[in-house]
Design a binder for this molecule. Structure first.
Ligand code: NDP
Length: 296
């Protein structure tokens, strides 16, 4: 029987664990605060920001939000960032991507106080992660690690193929999984759009993580028996329903499930974990800034 890894259930466990850490902060007179910054009015980004605010309320994190006009000069966003860096009630914040074309996202990230960079995208935090001394693990890769752990998958000595080399998923996940650490010690192959013979790389893996943003790119024919499959992809495809679309992953679920020993669904796999790990990083940031041991 193939195990369907339930991301909603694991995310819920993580939120429960955070409650204890939040109580420790409360005992010390502190309440963790997360801010979201949205420049422009992209509907999908608006939805993500709303969900993050709801998640905060659920666990007792104070949420703050700043809207910046999509046509404003970059300096207006930079001023907002400077204010958040100074605001003691905000322990962590994220600038929702994508930002409008006239703003250089990398220049935005460099301005975020690394101690409040709960996405883990600031170059200082990227460097610390690569050096094996991560302050904040980026939310999606950390969520993938937690899902593997929840399914009882020991990564030590395993061959992992990651499809995708983005700065937010593929690269940080590869860096985490090769660390000399209990939840690392894997041998990792990172594939991308120029990879020759992708199927050969996925077939030789014990664990396949698909993060390419291509609907159903990986199917059962590309997997060996008993592979663990983690599907990070979230893609909208046209569908004959009220919304006119449905969400599918980067994995063709049914054929992959027939080969896999364990697999994540879309939705309900990695997505909820990304949200939970943002809360985790916020509580960790609050612990560091307030000098409280939050045990994370
Ligand atoms: P990016 O577009 O930044 O990166 C995609 C990567 O996949 C690139 O490295 C690209 O290669 C590679 N790629 C594209 N096509 C192929 C192909 N045919 N074969 C092999 N590699 C390919 O995407 P993200 O990393 O931001 O996101 C990936 C997916 O994960 C998306 O569907 C996104 O929506 C989803 N996502 C889901 C999250 C969640 O919480 N569930 C969080 C973040 C992302 P190259 O570098 O050569 O262009």
């Amino acid at each position: 029987m193939t195990e369907i890894i339930d991301g909603n259930a694991v995310a819920s466990e993580i939120r429960d664990e955070l409650t204890e850490s939040i109580e420790r902060l409360a005992d010390a007179g502190a309440r963790p605060g997360l801010a979201t910054v949205l420049m422009g009015d992209d509907p999908a980004s608006q939805t993500y920001v709303n969900m993050k605010q709801r998640d905060c309320e659920e666990v007792g994190i104070e949420s703050h939000h700043v809207d910046v006009d999509g046509d404003a000069p970059p300096e207006e966003l930079f001023d907002t960032i400077a204010d958040l860096n100074e605001n003691d009630d905000v322990h962590g914040y994220i600038v929702q991507a994508p930002v409008p074309d006239h703003v250089d996202y990398r220049n935005v990230i460099r301005r975020v106080d690394p101690a409040k960079d709960v996405d883990g995208f600031h170059p200082e935090n990227v460097g610390r992660l690569v050096a094996g001394d991560a302050r904040f693990r980026p939310c999606t890769p950390h969520g993938v690690q937690k899902l593997l752990e929840s399914a009882g998958v020991d990564t030590e000595g395993k061959d992992v193929t990651i499809v995708g080399r983005s700065d937010i998923v593929g690269k940080p996940l590869a860096n985490l999984l090769i660390q000399k650490a209990e939840d690392g010690n894997a041998t990792v192959t990172v594939c991308h759009s120029r990879t020759d013979d992708l199927a050969e790389k996925t077939r030789s893996a014990d664990i396949v993580v698909a993060a390419a943003g291509v609907p159903e790119l990986v199917d059962g024919s590309m997997l060996s028996e008993d592979t663990v499959v983690i599907d990070v992809g979230v893609n909208r495809v046209d569908a004959d329903n009220d919304k006119g679309y449905e969400l599918v992953g980067d994995v063709e679920f049914e054929s992959a499930k027939a080969k896999a020993s364990a697999i994540t669904p879309v939705p309900g796999g990695v997505g909820p974990m990304t949200r939970a790990m943002l809360l985790y990083n916020t509580v960790k940031a609050a612990g560091l800034q307030e000098d409280v041991d939050v045990d994370l």
